[in-house]
Design a binder for this molecule. Sequence first.
Ligand code: ADP
Ligand code: MG
Length: 330
Amino acid sequence: MSNLDPHAAIVVSDLVKSFGERRALDGISLEVRRGELFCLLGPNGGGKSTLFRILATLSLPDSGSAVIAGHDVMTDAPSVRARLGVVFQSPSLDGKLTILENLRCGGALYGLRGAELESRIRDAATALNLSDRLSDLVETLSGGLQRRAEIAKCLLIRPDVLLLDEPSTGLDPGARLDLWAALEDLRTKHGVTVLCTTHLMEEAARADRVGIVSAGKLVAIGTPEELTSALGGDVISLGVAKEIGADLLSKRITEKTGLPASVVEGEVRLESREAYNLAARIAGDFPGEISSLRIARPTLEDVFVARTGRLFADEHLEPDSRPAPKKKRH
Ligand code: ADP
Ligand code: MG
């Protein structure tokens, strides 16, 4: 792909990956720039973890390529691994050890020792605001602190790129905010490129850029502002009285207003830069045919709806890939 920036931290070109009949990735191309906090947003089952595992050199695509910090994940996995920190959805720390002991073990696995290891541990603990918690047993820490300790472990190799798969899973809203502040810091103060997957809109809205995936395809990419302002204004959602039906009402509204009204999950939706005036007009023009009316600033969810024609909800989940019941998903 000649139009992709050769200095990008991550370049993904036309990746395809199937599991039997199911195409988990259906030709995804995207690029993450150096020093960017990039969020891959998609519903459960959209293909995020499949892409994550390929980037983390844990799984091979059927076709296409992915290059991280100049190294191809398929032909040069060791060089990729040397530049990459990876935080998985499931915890990887030993709860019976302290943070410091976990970091020492992690560092030893990377071949670090002595004064060099201790200095890197200090740096990583400082970056994640953990310096005064190093002697705490991991199992006694809150979920948010545990996640930060995991990220600290990844930083020991001083990676160019940090990959995180749904890092806020199971965290309460306060811990999520802390985690995001830590990721923003890593990007700003330490120049680390961060690629993070999520199914939470509010989280993705804080990223520098967002790639939205659905059914293994990239359906939108850009800054959150670019994506939402590309919509035609505020979003009007109309509940429909049973008698008329959503299809007929949307057709009549389109005829009357000249604006494309669509039907999403039984509601009629349209976008307008004059949403309040327009909504009042529609309510007056179709008395008795509208059961509810909502006007909202466009969100990334609306971008998803506009690009896919579907609400943001779980996609194609196999029973064995559903989230484990004991893990809290928001
Ligand atoms: P996400 O991380 O966005 O929730 P995944 O990448 O885990 O999505 O899954 C994408 C699709 O691929 C889903 O339909 C899922 O059921 C399927 N899938 C993922 N991993 C496997 C696997 N190892 N075997 C069979 N199907 C899989
Ligand atoms: Mg996943």
